[in-house]
Design a protein around this ligand. Structure first.
Ligand code: SF4
Length: 231
């Protein structure tokens, strides 16, 4: 690996900027720095500056307008951190940095929100800028992220979370799951196996996805595969 001062600068992309921007507004709200009625203006006023990169061209729609409008609709209807019955959640942690030992490595991450509902249930909440999960299998893969967070929750709250939930804010959709020990065990084993596989690898051939390489990869401007396709 190159020394840090010789590594190329990682490029941003519009999708990531959009996600970071919306997360930032929601974080300010969860920390009581922005009231619910201030969120829509914060979004509309800040969008162009925060999402400075261009979206890729698309034959069917203007992606910039689409994303802006989805975010606008979300903040228009958002009425605070409440459950589906309108009860306020108790906010236990916001953008919580976590670090927890796994099988021979450290797992690090940020939990968007750790909440407690009116019934006393612990909820790991994650904002997603996806419109939807592509399939049930894809959703199960994403869910591992929340199970890995659950290990840290157990270490700090002395109990596992009761509910893991995603909110897909572009389509205002919540996907919630009751915690299952078997899925937790599977996620930890998957993480351990994945890290072992990476460590055992001697060569890292590029896995080229033309769209990802051209528009999303942080190294698209310095990698030969990224520079080659700007569709
Ligand atoms: S092959 Fe694609 S994903 Fe890998 S570094 Fe190059 S541009 Fe990025």
């Amino acid at each position: 690996m190159l020394p840090e001062d010789q590594r190329p600068v990682e490029e941003e992309n519009a999708f990531a900027q959009f996600g970071v921007f919306v997360h930032g507004i929601l974080e300010q709200h969860a920390l009581n720095k922005l009231a619910v009625f201030e969120l829509l203006d914060a979004y509309a006023d800040g969008f162009d500056k925060a999402v400075s990169e261009g979206f890729p061209p698309n034959s069917y729609c203007d992606l910039r307008n689409l994303y802006f409008n989805d975010g606008f609709a979300f903040f228009q209807q958002f009425d605070g951190l409440t459950d589906c019955a309108g009860n306020d959640y108790e906010v236990l942690a916001v953008e919580q940095f976590i670090k927890t030992p796994m099988q021979g490595f450290w797992f690090r991450g940020y939990i968007d929100l750790l909440l407690k509902d009116a019934q006393g249930r612990l909820i790991v909440h994650d904002w997603k800028s996806l419109g939807r999960f592509k399939s049930k299998a894809a959703m199960r893969e994403y869910r591992r992220q929340l199970y890995l967070y659950s290990k840290w929750v157990y270490e700090h709250e002395k109990r596992m979370p009761d509910v893991l939930q995603f909110h897909l804010f572009r389509k205002q959709r919540t996907e919630a799951f009751n915690f299952q020990q078997s899925d937790y065990d599977e996620a930890l084993q998957w993480a351990a196996d994945s890290v072992a596989e990476i460590c055992a690898c001697k060569k890292y051939p590029p896995s080229v996805d033309p769209f990802f390489c051209a528009h999303l990869c942080g190294y698209r401007n310095v990698c030969e595969w990224g520079a080659g396709d700007k569709r």
